[in-house]
Design a protein around this ligand. Structure first.
Ligand code: FBP
Ligand code: MN
Length: 618
């Protein structure tokens, strides 16, 4: 069959087969970033500790721990440690030698062509010499020194060193998986998205908090109100004002006119002394105004969408006359911190004219924010509700189940969906809503809201969301949001295999979820069902670290093993750099492979096989 191939095809076939025989590249999984840009950025730059492991492998015995830490940080933060430094020629030589040594080590898994493409073109020849003409016995040290000397003499040392640091970061992890919830609770989701836009190879599972912002862009006024409410709840108006250029002054003025101070609406996690008292009060008032708008708009959706079956999520019409009590399931509870002055008992779910103008103006502003659109376009171009990758199933939240473990059927407009078809159906609705941002109340746009908080959502995973109760009813028994039975079933191997099979995968794969903070303090384990299900939300979100006792898990899948890394709380980039904070992350092995996994056994390897077959059949 191959007899009459031309030489270009033959070379390509040899090349593709050679790639298949390389070890599989390393994958890095991060979830629930929740606006914590600096903590996320550190995980990304340090590759969850892999760089420090590689440095220890290469330099133990040769460098002290402190020197190793400095080298690590030089690679993580070349902007601080390399750029604009006035090192002596000898110091540059030492640094360049070390960086080349690390680059050689971490690039050995890749083809020359891939390494060449990752570096600025002008260094291609030099890199070939430094990486591939390397001589273990250092007979060539003088030759390398001469190369380094020329780089230094040409004033290129800093640029070359920064390029090496970046290439090391890029090669240590070949592919990044983000498991969702970039937005909310932390202050800088916009910077996270900017950073993700630069990642050469990644996939993204959307989280319920990302859906809020996608829906807000796509015309859902209720989701817009929710996005604003959560921003105000955590006091992060920077994102809206500076990040997306939204003018909140009309909202502030409106809120000032109708609302008072109210402890239930004080921004969370903000030190009162770190913010001007008038700003604090203004946020508290806007927070109330927008929450009431949210409850009204949600009531409207529930009324026009009986198939969502969410009547019990309307509370504005079941309070008593002076809004001091509410009766739920026959039980009456007192209301505290009520702020229902704009709720008309005759038509409780109708916006006042002022509220309507306000929310329409905010929608218009947000939809016309160029940077916001760019971010949502990015999320929509890459984001999915699930990804199948190398035999594994990745999704943020939940596969809704019935108490008997069957996938829960959910019916919309007379059609029922469950399992994979439910996720595909939601995916379509999200795209439809996004393609028509000018439509605010069609079924698809309302579905995006349902995906945020409905019982049958694959992102929410709870029976109901108790936002109203959590603001206004002191009795905490009303705050419970029971989890879907999925969270019990995913502890069992047979269930996980059934779920993998639903997506056409077999029992050799594993499931990765984010979404539910693993409460390590209470003894909860991130590895479930004997390694068939891995939950990596350990709480990058500061607000949740009290509960988890950690600052998040990440997952690494390399050619030899799969392991989780538990991270300690990250204070700030400046602090980490100042203290060269480099605690070796705690690793927990999920499994070790009996034999090293090669590219040929991965999805990319299968695509290469297809290309080889095509060439052979040409
Ligand atoms: O603690 P907060 O920020 O008020 O958020 C609580 C709300 O967030 C949710 O937990 C959903 O967000 P998560 O995806 O982060 O769990 C709701 O179920 C709950 O009502
Ligand atoms: Mn979530």
């Amino acid at each position: 069959m191959t007899s009459c191939k031309n030489s270009a095809d033959l070379t390509e076939i040899i090349n593709l087969k050679a790639i298949q025989a390389l070890p599989k590249a390393t994958e890095h999984f991060i979830s629930d970033i929740h606006g914590e840009f600096e903590a996320f950025d550190h995980l990304k730059r340090s590759c969850s500790g892999i760089i420090s492991i590689k440095i220890a492998e290469l330099f133990s015995g040769e460098l002290t721990q402190k020197e190793q830490n400095i080298l690590c940080f030089t690679i993580y933060y070349p902007e601080e440690f390399i750029e604009n430094k006035t090192y002596s020629s000898d110091q540059w030589k030492v640094l360049l030698n070390r960086l080349v040594k690390v680059t050689r080590h971490v690039s050995s898994k890749y083809t020359r062509s891939k390494v060449r493409k990752a570096l600025p073109e002008e260094y291609a020849y030099i890199m070939e010499e430094l990486l591939y003409q390397y001589d273990q016995d250092s007979n060539k040290q003088a030759y390398y020194d001469a190369i380094f000397q020329s780089i230094i003499d040409l004033d290129l040392a800093s640029h070359f060193a920064v390029s090496l640091a970046r290439v090391i970061q890029q090669f240590v992890v070949d592919h990044l998986h983000i498991l969702g919830d970039i937005y909310d609770r932390g202050s800088h989701p916009d910077s996270i998205i900017d950073a993700l836009m630069e990642v050469p190879s990644m996939d993204l599972q959307l989280g319920n908090h990302d859906i809020i912002w996608i829906g807000a862009y796509s015309g859902s006024l209720a989701l817009l109100a929710i996005a604003l409410r959560i921003s105000l709840r955590y006091g992060h108006i920077r994102l809206l004002e500076e990040g997306y250029g939204i003018d909140l002054s009309r909202l502030a003025k409106f809120a000032d006119k109708y609302y008072e101070d109210n402890p239930a609406f004080h921004p969370r996690g903000i030190d009162k002394n770190s913010i001007r008292p008038d700003k604090f009060l203004s946020i508290t008032k806007m927070h109330q105004a927008i929450s009431i708008i949210q409850f009204k708009l949600e009531g409207q959706i529930i009324d026009r969408r009986p198939d969502f079956k969410m009547d019990d999520r309307k509370q504005l019409h079941i309070m008593n006359e002076d809004y001091s009590q509410i009766t739920i399931d026959g039980q009456t509870y007192p209301i505290e911190n009520g702020c229902f002055q704009l709720v008309d008992p005759e038509k409780p779910y109708e916006l006042t004219l002022g509220e309507e103008l306000l929310i329409l103006d905010l929608a218009n502003q947000l939809q016309h924010s160029k940077r916001f659109k760019k971010h949502i376009d990015f999320l929509m171009s890459l984001g999915q509700l699930y990804t199948l990758n190398n035999g594994n199933l990745l999704f943020h939240g939940c596969m809704p189940c019935l108490p008997n473990g069957d996938f829960m059927p959910v019916t919309f407009q007379g059609k029922s969906y469950r399992g994979r078809s439910l996720m595909d159906f939601y995916d379509q609705a999200i795209h439809e809503a996004y393609n028509h941002p000018e439509i605010t109340d069609d079924h698809a746009t309302d579905l995006v809201w349902y995906i945020w908080c409905g019982e049958g959502s694959t992102l929410f995973g709870k029976k109901t969301m108790k936002t109203f109760e959590r603001y206004f009813i002191p009795d905490k028994t009303t705050h419970k949001e029971p989890q879907n039975p999925y969270y019990e079933f995913r502890n069992h191997e047979d269930f996980c295999v059934k779920l993998l099979q639903e997506f056409g995968l077999d029992e050799s794969g594993y499931i990765v979820n984010g979404h539910t903070p693993v409460k390590a303090l209470k003894g909860e384990r991130p590895i479930k069902a004997h390694g068939k299900c891995l939950v990596i939300d350990g709480g990058l979100s500061r607000a949740y670290q009290k509960e988890t006792g950690l600052a998040g898990y990440t997952l690494i899948d390399n050619s030899n093993e799969v392991y989780l890394v538990a991270h300690h709380p990250f204070t700030s980039r400046a602090n980490a750099i100042k203290n060269l904070q480099e605690e070796l992350p705690q690793q927990e092995i999920v499994f070790k492979r009996a034999t090293r996994k090669m590219v040929g056994q991965t999805d990319i390897g299968h695509q290469l096989s297809q290309q080889i077959n095509d060439l052979l059949e040409k």
